[in-house]
Design a protein around this ligand. Sequence first.
Ligand code: K1U
Ligand code: ZN
Length: 173
Amino acid sequence: MPILPILTFPDPVLSRPCRQVREVTDELRRLAADMTETMYQAPGIGLAAPQVGHDLRLVVVDLSPREEGREPVALVNPRIVEAEGSLIFEEGCLSVPEFTCDVSRFSRVKVEATDLEGRPMTVEGEGVLAVCLQHELDHLEGRLFLDRISPLKRALYKKRRLKQAKQDKQDKP
Ligand code: K1U
Ligand code: ZN
């Protein structure tokens, strides 16, 4: 299975809302399998299609990335149908390297989606799973966790990133 390159902020693909998947095809199943391998290799607990350059409403999640206990779940066209409570969780993002920040989220969500056979499915999560689902579904709207933190923290991260990009350009002209 190929490992896919992960796009990083400020790539414009990460800021665009994604298209609905019209049909679950072999190509979509292959993409989900490649995304799952990419997530494990990163390592991460979730990954959304725009992070690997695909403008599609597809995410994969697995909170047990230890090889023995893997239980990947792929969600096609997922949407939150119930949400309650709140929690603050220190989030990271594979598309926002070397930065974490506290983010406020619902503490429990119910998500409806389609599976890779085209059948309806429901996932209910609380705690980290609820956070992960909300984080991944945000990606499908073109939203990063940076959009949910204070403007000051966001500006500091952007400044740091810009400086890093300039440095990288000087190192490899
Ligand atoms: O979407 C992504 O960028 C993946 C991201 C998901 C996420 C992280 C934290 C809170 C909510 C959602 C990650 O997986 S970052 C890596 C990470 O959190 C992790 C990696 C290995 C083991 C445990 C966690
Ligand atoms: Zn992310």
